[in-house]
Design a protein around this ligand. Structure first.
Ligand code: NAP
Length: 329
């Protein structure tokens, strides 16, 4: 058996291109004491990967040139030198863009509970982000209006559905009529505004007749700036992501900060790791909603490790519809 992996070949300036990556062959690693050898089955592609391949300082160390691209995977244990895991176990790993790897930093997942890919999406890091960001920072109360951008995506789709489950009015913002139709008809949001239609301020006003109490922001730029104008007194903005800015070479210049002062808006950034001690709580809640049919999910899948760069580029341009994954085996 041969391992194959994708390494960072060069740093992008602006938009990511396939030339920024290189696929390499490598010998199959063998596990040391306490480690397991894992065959990766699914690879998660996430917007944070854009930050990890840039030179800018962030909340976690970036990928060096020549290093294997970072990423979560779900895989199967092929060989174990760790008493907690046995051959055939399914595990969540941080092994990155490669077919095989050895690690001791793994978590067991149950294939009987949900499809394995869900542990990278609705029951994984994006689901946890939605759960803790909305619950702990958004602090929505029943009857309030919750707006979420990138509403059809991995995080946004869970945010809006949780808002509904917790008794709020859920309004999405997404790109195009197909995504907006999915958000309202399939996911049960009360409304969804198509920001690509060009009337964001007017359409959002119609969708939020009582203003906005919680904005769960995944996009930033013009969307965040525009929604700020419709936020209520003592409303909350959860700054989860700023994907509109990840490939930009200049930061966006916000114009409506006055609204934060006048309406005493609380705006707070979030990083999901801050809740890592409580992931079990979120997993239990999300799995319960999923089993009860109250939480729905959708996936965009590219086939094969060699197509991972293409999948990441597509995700950063909004080509995904739901959680973006690579099927490795
Ligand atoms: N803070 C944390 O701990 C944490 C954890 C996970 C994710 N995040 C952040 O959460 C956000 C969503 O992540 P995700 O994994 O759920 O991705 P996702 O929403 O599944 O996919 C990204 C979506 O962003 C939208 N988008 C891309 N460029 C845009 C632009 N210029 N303007 C408006 N929308 C744009 C696209 O949807 P449309 O087609 O609708 O435009 C695209 O489908 C990202 O910003 C990510 O960095 C943060």
């Amino acid at each position: 058996m041969e391992n194959r992996r994708v390494v960072l070949a060069s740093r992008p300036a602006g938009w990511v291109t396939e030339d920024n990556f290189r696929i390499e062959s490598a010998t199959l690693p063998s596990p040391g004491e306490g480690e397991v050898l894992v065959k990766n089955l699914w690879l998660s592609l996430d917007p944070y990967m854009r930050g990890r391949i840039s030179e800018a300082k962030s909340y976690v160390k970036g990928v060096e040139l020549g290093e294997v691209m970072v990423g979560q995977t779900v895989g199967e244990v092929l060989e174990s030198k760790n008493a907690k895991f046995k051959k055939g176990d399914h595990v969540l790993t941080q092994l990155g863009w490669q077919l095989y790897g050895v690690s001791k930093e793994i978590t067991k997942v149950e294939a009987s509970r949900a499809p394995l890919s869900y542990y990278l999406g609705v029951l994984g890091m994006p689901g946890m982000t939605a759960y803790f960001g909305l619950k702990e920072l958004g602090q929505p109360k029943a009857g309030e209006t919750v707006v979420v951008s990138a509403a059809s995506g991995a995080v946004g789709s869970v945010v809006g559905q949780l808002a509904k489950i917790w008794g709020c009015r859920a309004v999405g913002i997404a790109g195009g009529p197909e995504k907006c139709g999915y958000v309202t008809r399939e996911l049960g949001f009360d409304a969804c505004v198509d920001y690509k239609a060009g009337n964001l301020h007017r359409d959002l006003k119609a969708a939020c007749p009582k203003g906005v109490d919680v904005l769960f922001e995944n996009v930033g730029g013009e969307i965040l700036d525009s929604v700020l104008r419709q936020m209520n007194l003592f409303s909350r903005v959860v700054v989860c992501g700023l994907i509109a800015e990840y490939n930009a070479t200049e930061p966006y210049g916000y114009k409506n900060m006055r609204a934060v002062l006048v309406n005493r808006i609380r705006m707070q950034g979030m990083i999901v790791f801050d809740w890592k001690e409580r992931y079990g709580e979120a997993l239990q809640a999300l799995a319960g909603y999923l089993a009860a049919g109250r939480l729905k999910t959708r996936e965009s899948v590219v086939q094969g490790l060699e197509n991972a760069p293409r999948g990441l580029i597509s995700l950063l341009k909004g080509g995904n519809f739901g959680k973006q994954l690579v099927k490795l085996a």
